[in-house]
Structures are given as structure tokens and as C-alpha cells.
Design a protein around this ligand. Structure first.
Ligand code: F6P
Length: 564
């Protein structure tokens, strides 16, 4: 069944009663987090929610129960829940590309009933069929049944992709690295800077290397260029080291290259055997695709069981988002909180600070998810957005960030909402003498949100013996909004839950702003101009002098200084 969605203009959030009330409420809001916590001993409990295994404490945000109620009313008035339901049932909510948006279907458990059929396609059958092929391939690789052309077992899987065909796989691999099979590692090439391909393959043995070319469209310049570079390196090195003949080249490519794409014809034209190609569908956006065949590198190196657990985590959060009542629906509450922060408190950025070294690529992953989705000023009917949209997401793992940019969050004059993420059980429990180091780590996590919320008053500074101008420098205003997300442990399932949480938060914000969060036209102009500039960069004088004066002078600088 395909749900219908009104092609009408989005509801302008600023025209709703809830928006007007939120504006008035914002002006009236007084007090501070110190006062609100003193006045309401239940505040932490009131604002703490559970979603799957995630324990989410929103109480250190600049909200009162009334703020929360008004935000939920706004969500109702702009139809967030209707659009959510439309997404889950396969309506074409990606209006500019006339596509369904069904990443949630990628993680429906095997045997889900009733099965999901959209636009005449039995989605469940197709998803499970592809997963089955990916898992079969992964098992062969992991058992050593699949070998390279010289009969050696594969030891390194190199994923070549960019954007959604890279950031998700890298982030998940880094997060779950301890689960990689012994003797099997993943590497990633994304940048068209030739340094990336060079540095990644430099010390690899071509006989034990398998390459996955991952590209939804199979037209992406960076990925195809890198795939050709690596094919050149691999075949050249096999010729040199293993005496590969030109007759064996086709077999070598078949043994060492597989592809993941929605464009199977283009994969074949590139020379990769269709039997070694895993497909997905146009209803999966690139930045929502880590749980599709784009995760083949993960299923291979971490294993099908880990991949299934990851999918299970995604699904648990999907179910929460789809079914939890609004007042306990964490992605809905967090998405609406971001609306409050951006549109009422005028926050321009949002920090995501994982207290887990293994999540060091999580902020980078979220940058594509959130900013490629909601970095738009035009709504899904082509009209202009009526509010600020798309805040900047950024972050680094704690405690490194504490010694770098937290100064600005604590004492700068901008509102920077921050999500702090931590796990009760460490991946590696180490002790420094008698000191459990994870305890030290978590003490920092707890201390930071406490300092940001409650600050330190001038009187408290003076009470410590400080006088004069130094008092102001040592004062902390507090009232810096944070959300704390905790989970028992960083497992594959918890990681899936976290990713899906942010996918749905992004969705909620997009609906309120009236944005189609599933297209990305903003990346096209730069791609086009890069192609157009090829002649000038290669030194074509007529092309160079046809450029604007800045671009012309930069190209001339390049040509004058290029060595070799
Ligand atoms: O340029 C943006 C983008 O289209 C992303 O949305 C996408 O994840 C990335 O490029 C890579 O695209 P592809 O998987 O088609 O190579």
C-alpha cells in the first residue's frame, strides 16, 4: 500500500497558534536552571525518557514543562506525526525527486508481517534477498573460501566511496572495531586528493586485498577516480609481484573488486562482475544508507551477526519513534527541542560530544546526516522557508574537546546546545593503580553538563578568595543547554539506536521547517563547476582568461607553483 501525502504547501510553523504562544512564552520565561531544579525536585525525572536502551535526560535544557507542551503542540499543528506515518508507509515525501523515503524498511526484521509493498515492490523480500547475498559473500570472505586471484585469503577490505557511501561505514567500523574478525581489517578511501588512495594502499598486499566500490549513483567523480586508481595499483602490483598476465586481469578484477550501487548497468560498464554487485534502491538516501548493502564492508569485517544486531538497534528506535506517545517520544522531543534552540533561543550550532573514543567519527557522520538533510532555505513546495533552518552540527570526543573548544561553550556569548553521550560499561576496563579509568572519564562527563547548567556565581568565586577583575573571568553564567544520552554499553544494537535517533530528530526538524530532508541539490553546482574548470586547470589560456579575476588568479598561482 502506498500512503498518500498531500502535495500541498507545508504548514508554515510561524502561522500556528503554538508558534505565537512559544514566542510569548519565550519572552515571559524567567528563572534559571539552578532555580528550576531547586523549585522542582522531580525535574530530572520529569524530563528523562527511555528509548530502546537509551536513557535520555533533557532536564538540563532551557525548558519548562510548558515549553515542552507548546513544542508538542507545534509538532501536532504542523503535522509531524502524519508525515512520519507517511514516511513509514512509503509515500513519496521526497517531493523534488518524487521518491519514497524508506530507510526504515532496511531494518525491518525478517518475516515482518504484513509485508511492506510500495509502488508495486515487495520491499521486505528485496531487502532480505539482498542482505542474504551480502551475508553469503561475507561468510565466504570470513571463512577464507573466497580468495584473491593467487589463492591467498583476503586480509584487508578497502571501501571506496564518499559522503553516505563512506561516512556511515567508517563511523560504524571505528565504533565497533573490537568486533572485527582477527586477521581482517577495513580501510576507507574517499577523498579525490590522490594522497588518500596512495596512503591507504601504500603498505597493502594486493594479493590479500579486496576492494568494495560503493556508490549509490556510480557516477561520483571521486569514487570512480579512486576505483580506477586502485584498480591500476592492484593490477600493476599483481603483475609485478605475482606475475599476473594480461589474460588473468579480468579474473583478478572479479576476485578483488565488488560493488554496491543502485546503478547496476554502470557497475557492469566499469568492469565489475554483476554477480559481485549488491544493489539497493532509490528510496534509500545516501546519508541514510549505512544499513543497506552500503554496509557490505561492515558485514564482511565485523560479520553478519554484528550487522544484524546493528539493524535490530535501528529497528528498535524506529518502533519507538513510530509508536511511542508524543510526550515520551524521544526523537520527537529532541527534534522539537532543536526547534526551540534554533528558532527561539537563536542557537546557530549544535555540538555532539561522545564520551567514547570509538565514536570519534560520529560527529562527522552526523554532519552529513543533519546538514545535507536540513541545510536548505526552500520548502518542499518551492517556497522560501519562513524561519532559520539547519543548524551547524559539530563535535569531537570528550575529553579531548574539553581541552580545546569547551571554553567557548562554557563562557562564550553564544548559545551552543550540546548532546553528551556516554556508556556505563567501558569497552576496555583499565586501571591506573587503584583508579578505574572509566570512572575518571565519566566523572568528566557528569562534571561538564553540571558546570554548563549551573555555572559558578561571582559570590562563589569570591568565596574562594578571588577579588577584583579576576572574579568576572572566573564566573560561569550557567544555563548552557545540554542533553545527556546514556546507554549500558556501546554495542552494535545501541549504535543502531543512536543513529536512528538522529535520523528521526533530523526528520522532525525538517517537517517543522517544511523542508524536504531527502534531496541534496546544494552539492550539484560545485560538482558541475569542477567539471567545467578542467580545461582551465590543465592550462588552457582561453579558458583561464574567461574566469572571474579571483578564480583566474588562483589558477595562475597553481600553474606557476605546481612541481612535477
Ligand atoms: O554529493 C552528495 C552526495 O550525493 C551524497 O548525498 C552522497 O552520499 C554522496 O554524494 C555519494 O554519492 P554516491 O553514493 O552516489 O557516490
Amino acid at each position: 500500500m502506498t500512503a498518500s501525502i498531500s502535495p500541498d504547501a507545508p504548514i508554515d510553523p510561524t502561522s500556528t497558534d503554538a508558534w505565537a504562544e512559544l514566542e510569548a512564552h519565550h519572552l515571559d520565561l524567567d528563572g534559571s536552571l539552578r532555580e528550576w531544579f531547586d523549585e522542582d525536585p522531580q525535574r530530572a525525572e520529569r524530563f528523562t525518557h527511555t528509548a530502546a536502551e537509551l536513557h535520555v535526560d533533557l532536564s538540563k535544557n532551557l525548558i519548562t514543562p510548558e515549553t515542552s507542551e507548546l513544542l508538542l503542540r507545534l509538532a501536532r499543528e504542523v503535522g509531524v506525526e502524519e508525515r512520519r506515518d507517511a514516511m513509514f508507509t512509503g509515500a513519496h515525501i521526497n517531493t523534488t525527486e518524487d521518491r519514497a523515503v524508506l530507510h526504515t524498511a532496511l531494518r525491518r526484521p525478517a518475516g515482518s508481517s504484513p509485508s511492506l509493498t510500495v509502488d508495486g515492490q515487495n520491499i521486505d523480500e528485496d531487502v532480505r534477498g539482498t542482505l542474504h547475498r551480502v551475508y553469503e559473500f561475507a561468510d565466504k570472505m570470513r571463512s577464507g573460501e573466497w580468495t584473491g586471484v593467487t589463492g591467498k585469503r583476503i586480509e584487508t577490505v578497502v571501501n571506496i566511496g564518499i559522503g553516505g557511501s563512506d561516512l556511515g561505514p567508517v563511523m560504524v567500523y571505528e565504533a565497533l572495531k573490537p568486533l572485527a574478525q582477527d586477521g581482517l581489517e577495513a580501510r576507507f578511501i574517499s577523498n579525490i586528493d590522490p594522497t588518500d588512495a596512495y596512503a591507504t594502499t601504500r603498505d597493502l598486499d594486493p594479493e590479500t586485498t579486496l576492494v568494495i566500490v560503493a556508490s549509490k549513483t556510480f557516477t561520483t567523480l571521486e569514487t570512480l577516480t579512486n576505483a580506477r586508481l586502485v584498480r591500476q595499483w592492484l593490477l600493476g602490483a599483481l603483475r609485478e609481484n605475482a606475475g599476473l598476465t594480461s589474460e588473468q586481469e579480468k579474473e583478478a578484477v572479479a576476485k578483488h573488486f565488488v560493488a554496491v550501487s543502485t546503478a547496476l548497468d554502470k557497475v557492469e560498464a566499469f568492469g565489475i562482475d554483476p554477480a559481485n554487485t549488491f544493489g539497493f534502491w532509490d528510496w534509500v538516501g545516501g546519508r541514510y544508507s549505512v544499513d543497506s548493502a552500503i554496509g557490505t564492508v561492515l558485514a564482511t569485517v565485523l560479520g553478519p551477526d554484528v550487522f544484524e544486531e546493528l539493524l535490530g538497534g535501528f529497528h528498535a528506535m524506529d518502533e519507538h519513534f513510530r509508536t511511542a506517545p508524543a510526550a515520551q517520544n524521544v526523537p520527537l522531543l529532541m527534534g522539537m527541542l532543536n526547534i526551540w534552540n534554533v528558532n527561539f533561543l537563536e542557537a546557530e550550532t549544535h555540538a555532539v560530544l561522545p564520551y567514547s573514543q570509538y565514536l570519534h567519527r560520529f560527529p562527522a557522520y552526523l554532519q552529513q546526516l543533519t546538514m545535507e538533510s536540513n541545510g536548505k532555505a526552500v520548502r518542499w513546495d518551492g517556497s522560501l522557508a519562513t524561519t532559520e533552518t539547519g543548524e551547524v552540527f559539530w563535535g569531537e570526543p570528550g575529553t579531548n574537546g574539553q581541552h580545546a573548544f569547551y571554553q567557548l561553550i562554557h563562557q562564550g556569548n553564544r548559545v551552543i546546545p550540546a548532546d553528551f553521550i556516554a556508556f556505563a560499561t567501558p569497552n576496555h576496563a583499565l586501571a591506573d593503580g587503584d583508579q578505574d579509568v572509566h570512572e575518571l572519564f565519566l566523572a568528566n562527563f557528569f562534571a561538564q553538563t553540571k558546570a554548563l547548567a549551573f555555572g559558578k556565581t561571582a559570590d562563589e568565586v569570591r568565596a574562594e578568595g578571588t577579588e577584583g577583575p579576576l572574579v568576572a573571568a572566573r564566573e560561569f553564567s550557567g544555563d548552557r543547554p545540554t542533553t545527556s544520552i546514556m546507554a549500558p554499553k556501546l554495542t552494535a544494537s545501541v549504535l543502531g539506536q543512536l543513529i536512528a535517533l538522529y535520523e528521526h530528530i533530523t526528520f522532525v526538524q525538517g517537517v517543522v521547517w517544511g523542508i524536504n530532508s531527502f534531496d541534496q541539490w546544494g552539492v550539484e553546482l560545485g560538482k558541475q563547476l569542477a567539471k567545467d574548470l578542467a580545461g582551465a586547470v590543465a592550462g588552457d589560456e582561453a579558458a583561464i582568461s574567461g574566469e572571474d579575476s579571483s578564480t583566474e588568479s588562483l589558477i595562475r598561482y597553481y600553474l606557476a607553483h605546481r612541481e612535477g
